[in-house]
Write a protein that binds this ligand. Structure first.
Ligand SMILES: NC(=O)c1ccc[n+]([C@@H]2O[C@H](COP(=O)([O-])OP(=O)(O)OC[C@H]3O[C@@H](n4cnc5c(N)ncnc54)[C@H](O)[C@@H]3O)[C@@H](O)[C@H]2O)c1
Ligand SMILES: O=C(O)C[C@H](O)C(=O)O
Length: 315
């Protein structure tokens, strides 16, 4: 493990779980934590550091409070923000979490000039757009986490139908991290066979519905907030790909510049992740139905981006 530093802003459910997941993987030398709740930051640092003495991981975990102490990270993950509660959509968090982005990002950029920024806060695609606008970083360095999570949810629902081995299932979900996300049925596979060929259309429809509602169904059960284990593990996978320059293809949210026929909008697409962040956007050949679904997903994201633009004009 060489000298690699990951910073996490927001040490609530996702941030703390991500810290623990990363510490167990031992893939960075240091994890810096920051949250407006200083007691929580210190408690998480102590608990997770002590947990990793049990199994002898080396990653150092540091609680910081001042912006200048949160510096020189290779990757900064932003999970700071408000989660939704039952009855809310992710879009209801637009204004509150956009304001939090505005309060955090300038200092992140000032003290972490080379960092790649991973956004987790919701509504995800709009928050990536907001972070790009505030940071003025190139699009390869501001990336949203959602597609890996949504794909893992789809795999879970395929697994429930087929009861095949977990590691035999591969799924791929594109588009925005909202109700209009686009599960790609033809390239979601079990042992290299498309699920189209194995499952009935009723089963496929219910997998699509369950995947789209994957986040909401956990919110409804928890009542106090949203999912965090799968989101944290999905973020850890992105961090691993960047730090270890693996060039894996993962669905991530990124600013489009004519890819898939869209520009000036952020959406989940397959990207090659490596040391420079998003090293390439991969263009899958979508069929007509997938293109139509992708278009409506993009329209839903544009609506949110337009709200952000209007708000900016009024300032
Ligand atoms: N992209 C995804 O797939 C995905 C998945 C899960 C959660 N989320 C989103 O991530 C966010 C966090 O979720 P959570 O479950 O960890 O919530 P949480 O409430 O458990 O944690 C959020 C933390 O952010 C902190 N915070 C708020 N404002 C801050 C600021 N200005 N500076 C520093 N810290 C600040 C809070 O003190 C809190 O500890 C939510 O917006 C949620 O919707 C997204
Ligand atoms: O559902 C949420 O609000 C949180 C997150 O986006 C998720 O999909 O788990």
């Amino acid at each position: 493990m060489s000298n690699k530093r990951v910073g996490i802003i927001g040490v609530g459910n996702v941030g703390a779980t991500l810290t623990y997941t990363l510490a167990l993987k031992d893939i960075c030398s240091e994890i810096l934590l920051k949250d407006i709740n200083e007691n929580l930051t210190k408690a998480m640092m102590l608990d997770i550091s002590q947990a990793t003495f049990v199994t002898k991981q080396k990653t150092k975990i540091v609680a910081t409070h001042k912006s200048e102490d949160f510096f020189d990270c290779d990757i900064v993950v932003i999970t700071a923000g408000v989660p939704r509660k039952p009855g809310m959509s992710r879009d209801n968090l637009l204004n509150i979490n956009a304001n939090i982005m505005e309060s955090i990002i300038p200092d992140v950029i000032l003290y972490n000039p080379s960092a790649i920024i991973i956004i987790v806060s919701n509504p995800l695609d709009a928050m990536v757009y907001k972070a790009l606008e505030i940071s003025k970083l190139p699009r390869n360095r501001v990336i949203g986490m959602a597609g890996i999570l949504d794909s893992s949810r789809m795999s879970h629902y395929i697994y429930e139908k087929l009861n095949s081995k977990k590691d035999e299932i591969e799924s791929f979900v594109l588009g925005g991290h909202g109700n209009e996300m686009v599960p790609l049925i033809n390239i979601s596979k079990v042992l290299n066979t498309s699920i189209n060929e194995i499952l009935s259309s009723e089963d496929i429809d219910s997998i699509i519905e369950d995947t789209k509602k994957g986040g909401a169904s956990i919110v409804d059960l928890l009542k106090t907030g949203s999912a965090y284990f799968a989101p944290a593990n999905s973020t850890a996978l992105m961090i691993e790909a960047i730090l270890n320059d693996t060039k894996e293809i993962y669905p991530c949210s990124v600013l489009l510049n004519k890819e898939y026929g869209f520009e000036d909008v952020v959406a989940g697409v397959p990207v090659i992740l490596g040391r420079k962040g998003v090293e390439e956007i991969v263009e899958f050949d979508l069929n007509e139905s997938q293109k139509a679904q992708f278009n409506s997903s993009i329209n839903a994201i544009i609506e949110l981006i337009n709200v952000l633009k209007e708000k900016k004009k009024k300032i």
